[in-house]
Ligand binder design. Structure first.
Ligand code: ADP
Ligand code: ADP
Ligand code: MG
Length: 665
């Protein structure tokens, strides 16, 4: 076995590989850029080598720099993680030349699967079911229209070199085929320097289901069942689970066996993933093979009990797989949520900055439940604009799907994350969505269910009652403390009344509290609820039970009550005495200041260009300016028709969040 390995990556995946290496008694070497000087993966590794400036194209993906780090550290093998150099055949070559093991598949397999047309042909030869379509390249626009008609609409126009959901367009008619061909071609040329295009059938009611495979260098190959990743935003996975709620044993077996056949056809070794698109009738079609560890691999580890990184390392060291296909059972259900530094209330724009608070739920593994959080950040650390905006991957496991979902809801409720915009409320909303909980979703779920973007969640009736009961009990605790602090020590409890009016989401609830040593009985219009907790005023997280079942709330103080964040909702809860409530009802509601006359910078970033001039008439949806943050250019558009009165920022300006870019009349 290797004595020392280098991890050619950063963030959570570097940390995750280090954990397994340490467990195996292998020393680890991290590499880092300027921005990652204090990163978690650097702290966790036994050694670390600086490899250059922050942008990945000057550090993490420069083969010579990584090779130099390998040389100076004396590492015997390299794990590439995912992204970066993980599917780069030249990197595999460079390592082979230096006599260093690549913890991944052979170069030939990377090359064969790196191109969508080549891999589709190979899959067809290996008797793997592929998406119907035309196997050749599309010459020009007219060819695109002709082929689309032959294949039959709707069609998917795809770049052969594509990845990360880029260079891909659906077309339902000739006009869209023309446009889709052109835009896919442009995007592919820009992103991959390769503009080859092919066309296949668009599979309707599509679900993304993929098979994990693992092969050794001794002719053994197995599949570790499937993951379903249908919850995607712009072809980017957001929530994954294993197994899939849609597959039956027969389909699973067929997909698994075809995946193994494909792996064998390209002499695959190590871990890899064969992605399929599955239609409403459970017909499945090969999409592509990812020749690396996948972001969502933890859900497979949770249902099989196998450490995929450990197996990758063992295979790279020449060992045999210690299990056969029959040993691989599915145990329970696992869910994964990708926590992104993307603000769901601002069209999922990336958000960067300091994590002023970062307290993930406690990790644990018992026979009935598990919580796992793969992360590369820490409280006080920074999310920089240079890399992927992923903060953490939160996973839960339970014996069945409904319980795994409930565990995830609780884990998200208790996940404290402050300082930056993030998608946690959106994730929480999805886990409460009946279409998701029923398991009856497709890859169009987010588009269909949140067509206007995410605007927060309104709590249902019972949730409101539970939150109201909890807020009343917490308010009472806070009031008692206040009377104590103000010096009225004698008989302090008498100063705090029993009758309260709790107002949230526009409804007022009259409650009566009967408190005792361990909690409070809260009488409400429908029934009495028992609230218990050890919350103390000032705690940003309240772990309570209401009628014995857990309720975890994020609590902020506002005048006369609390800001409560729970299950994707972010609401104000006012707790008042009946008299105060009467008076509050007479007060005119304070409206937030009108900012619609301004275009504010939605995240800290750099203005790349401004598309309009003072005095211009703009239409709804018109591009106003481009802001660069997190390596992405974000186009800010007009929310409504108007006239530009003044422009306050120009190209090259670096702006803070909410700084004014322009003003409208
Ligand atoms: P796919 O969507 O094709 O299945 P994955 O979901 O496995 O691919 O995601 C791979 C992507 O992860 C890469 O394209 C890259 O954008 C991103 N990535 C690469 N390195 C890291 C990292 N260290 N931390 C977080 N994300 C990363
Ligand atoms: P990438 O390399 O960018 O990951 P994929 O071929 O894996 O590209 O496709 C990404 C996503 O696009 C899939 O998960 C699926 O949601 C969708 N998709 C791709 N091809 C088709 C198709 N023929 N029909 C329906 N959906 C598709
Ligand atoms: Mg893919």
């Amino acid at each position: 076995m290797f004595k020392k390995i280098l991890i050619a990556n950063r963030g959570e995946i570097a940390c995750r590989v280090i954990k397994t290496a340490r467990k195996m008694g292998i020393k680890t070497v991290a590499i880092y850029s300027d921005a990652d000087r204090n990163a978690l993966h650097v702290k966790m590794a036994d050694e670390a080598v600086h490899i250059g400036p922050s942008p990945a194209n000057q550090s993490y993906i420069v083969i010579d720099k990584v090779m130099e780090a390998v040389r100076v550290s004396g590492a015997e093998a390299v794990h590439p993680g995912y992204g970066f150099l993980s599917e780069n055949a030249k990197f595999a070559d460079a390592l082979a030349e230096a006599g260093v093991a690549f913890i991944g598949p052979p170069k030939g397999a990377i090359e064969a699967m790196g191109d969508k047309i080549t891999s589709k042909k190979l899959a067809q030869e290996a008797d793997v079911s592929t998406v119907p379509g035309y196997m050749g390249l599309i010459e020009d626009v007219e060819d695109a229209v002709k082929t689309s008609n032959q294949v039959g609409y709707p069609v998917m126009i795809k770049a052969s070199a594509g990845g990360g959901g880029k260079g891909m367009r659906i077309a339902w008619n000739d006009a869209e085929a023309r446009e889709g061909f052109q835009s896919s071609k442009n995007e592919a040329a820009n992103s991959f320097g390769d503009d080859r295009i092919f066309i296949e059938k668009f599979i309707t009611q599509p679900r993304h289901i993929e098979i994990q495979v693992l092969a050794d260098g001794h002719g053994n190959a197995v599949y570790l069942h499937e993951r379903e990743c249908s919850i995607q935003r712009r072809n980017q996975k957001v929530i994954e689970e294993a197994p899939s709620p849609f597959l039956d044993a027969e389909t699973r077996k067929a997909m698994g066996e075809q995946s193994v056949a494909l792996a064998q056809a390209v002499d695959y070794t190590s871990a890899g993933t064969v992605e399929f698109i599955v239609d409403g009738d459970r017909n499945f079609y090969f999409l592509e093979m990812n020749t690396r560890l996948q972001v969502e691999h933890p859900v497979t580890e949770l249902i099989t009990g196998i450490d995929l990184v450990e197996q990758m390392i063992r295979v790279a060291a020449g060992e045999k797989l210690p299990f056969g296909q029959d040993d691989l059972k599915i145990n329970g259900w696992a869910m994964e949520s990708r926590l992104y530094a993307e603000d769901p209330y601002r069209g999922f724009l990336p958000s960067i900055g300091r994590l002023t608070r970062y307290r993930p739920p406690v990790e644990e593994a018992t026979p009935t439940r598990a919580v796992r959080n793969d992360t590369g950040v820490f409280e006080g650390g920074e999310i920089s604009m240079y890399y992927d905006p992923m903060i953490a991957k939160l996973c839960t496991w339970a014996p069945d799907r409904a319980t795994a979902i409930e565990e995830m809801r609780l884990a998200l409720d208790g996940f404290e994350l402050e300082g930056i915009g993030h998608n946690l409320p959106f994730l929480a909303a999805v886990y409460d969505h009946p279409k998701f909980t029923s398991g009856n979703m497709t890859t169009a779920f987010i588009e269909e269910e949140y067509p206007e973007g995410f605007e927060g969640v309104t709590l249902g009736e019972e949730d409101c009652m539970r939150v109201a009961a909890a807020a009343a009990a917490m308010h009472r605790v806070a009031e008692i403390r206040r009377t104590r602090i103000s010096g009225r020590m004698d008989n302090h409890e008498r100063h705090v009344g029993e009758d309260w009016v709790v107002k949230l989401q526009g409804h007022a609830h009259d409650v009566k509290i009967n408190a005792d040593k361990s909690g409070a009985d809260v009488e409400m219009s429908d029934r009495t609820r028992r609230v218990e907790s050890d919350w103390t005023p000032g705690d940003p997280l309240a772990r309570l039970t209401v009628d014995g079942s857990p309720l975890v709330l994020k609590i902020g103080k506002i005048s006369g009550g609390f800001r409560v964040r729970y299950r994707g909702a972010d609401i104000k809860v006012h707790v008042r005495t009946p008299r105060q409530a009467e008076l509050a009802d007479l007060m005119p509601e304070k409206l937030p200041p009108d900012t619609s006359k301004y275009l504010l910078c939605p995240m800290p970033g750099l203005i790349v260009k401004v598309d309009v001039a003072e005095g211009d008439q703009v239409q709804e949806g018109q591009a106003l300016c481009t802001v660069e943050a997190m390596k992405m250019e974000n186009i800010l558009r007009a929310e409504k028709k108007g006239v530009v009165k003044a422009i306050k920022a120009g190209a090259g300006d670096s702006l803070a969040v909410d700084e004014v870019i322009m003003e409208f009349e």
